[in-house]
Design a binder for this molecule. Structure first.
Ligand SMILES: C[S@@+](CC[C@H](N)C(=O)[O-])C[C@H]1O[C@@H](n2cnc3c(N)ncnc32)[C@H](O)[C@@H]1O
Length: 302
């Protein structure tokens, strides 16, 4: 998402750059492609990210760059490169422990009880906007631990998607710094990571449950293939969308969830005014949204 930490030096951005009408058009294009709406106070960052790409392409003005993004044969690849610049995601392992507790203590027991009646012993989870992989790998660690004991005989699959190609490379490498593991207990770290140089690499068994894919949540065709999930996490992603893209995306999540499934947002996010078919449920220090089973009375969520 809009970048807090910058790896490369920032090109100089000046006040007059922000008034260029081509920059506003680039903003609209980004919105149409990704649902991400850069508000006026993010214009400086937007200009700066465009200028980085412009420097790489030796494109002199925002007008030239707009042309690059709209009329050149490799415009799709360039839009992808620009989206990679503007969507670096802040994340870490075990970012929201109350949510994870809700999954372990309430949701998994409930889902497994429900699904064992259907004799389908698999739990499917979607981590949408997974950034560099900490969220899906956290879920994999929790599931592995449960599969060994309480969920013996069950299997789990975590599908993790993002639109940022650079983040997906990091997901697949699976090497993390101390800082990414700041909320991870020593026990988990020793059990599920191996030290490599100055980093920690997720072990093969943790990777084995996770499947990474590039998916733009605004890709109306591709997102239709995302189906049959028991739990969906889309944390700290929709905050960058406007109401229209939020509503459209949440409708897809609703359709991708199985009845009786749960949907999680980030700590400060809500579906208020966005979707009222998913029912808000409360857990200690966490909330989630529940997709009711047809005919199920209100209040049955937990
Ligand atoms: C702040 S990170 C959230 C990471 C993780 N879910 C968490 O909460 O720790 C937001 C992620 O959303 C991704 N993202 C933003 N717009 C997207 C879109 N239209 N489609 C897919 N991913 C998107 C960004 O690339 C970024 O990796």
């Amino acid at each position: 998402m809009p970048i807090e930490k910058l790896a490369a030096p920032m090109p100089d951005t000046h006040e007059e750059d922000l008034k260029d009408p081509a920059l506003a058009k680039i903003r609209d294009l980004i919105y149409r492609m990704s649902g991400i709406f850069q508000t006026d106070n993010k214009f400086y960052l937007l200009a700066n990210r465009c200028q980085r790409r412009m420097a790489a392409l030796k494109s002199g003005t925002f007008g030239d760059y707009l042309e690059y993004l709209t009329t050149r044969p490799n415009r799709d690849a360039e839009m992808r490169a620009l989206l990679n610049e503007i969507t670096i995601g802040e994340t870490c392992f075990f970012r929201n422990q109350p949510q994870l507790d809700a999954v372990l203590k309430v949701i998994l027991p409930k889902l497994t009880a429900m699904k064992s009646k259907q004799s389908f012993k698999k739990i499917r989870v979607w981590s949408a906007g997974c950034s560099t992989g900490e969220e899906p790998y956290t879920l994999s660690i929790l599931f592995l631990d449960q599969l060994a004991y309480k969920l013996k005989g069950w299997s789990a699959e975590i599908v993790a998607t993002d639109l940022n190609d650079n983040s997906l490379v990091k997901c697949r490498e699976g090497n993390y710094s101390d800082y990414a593991l700041r909320n991870t207990t020593r026990d988990w770290r020793d059990k599920y990571f191996e030290p490599v140089d100055q980093l920690f690499r997720v072990k093969e068994e943790v990777r084995a449950l996770v499947k990474f894919e590039r998916l733009n949540l605004q890709d109306q065709a591709k997102i239709l293939f995302m189906k049959g999930f028991d739990i969906i996490f889309c944390c700290n992603v929709l905050i960058y969308f406007d109401g229209t893209s939020k509503r459209r995306t949440v409708e897809h999540f609703y359709n991708a969830l199985l009845p009786g499934g749960y949907f999680f947002l980030g700590h400060s996010e809500s579906l208020y005014g966005i979707n009222d078919r998913l029912r808000l449920v409360h857990f200690p220090n966490a909330t989630s949204y529940y997709k009711p089973i047809p005919g199920e009375p209100a209040g049955e969520a937990q």
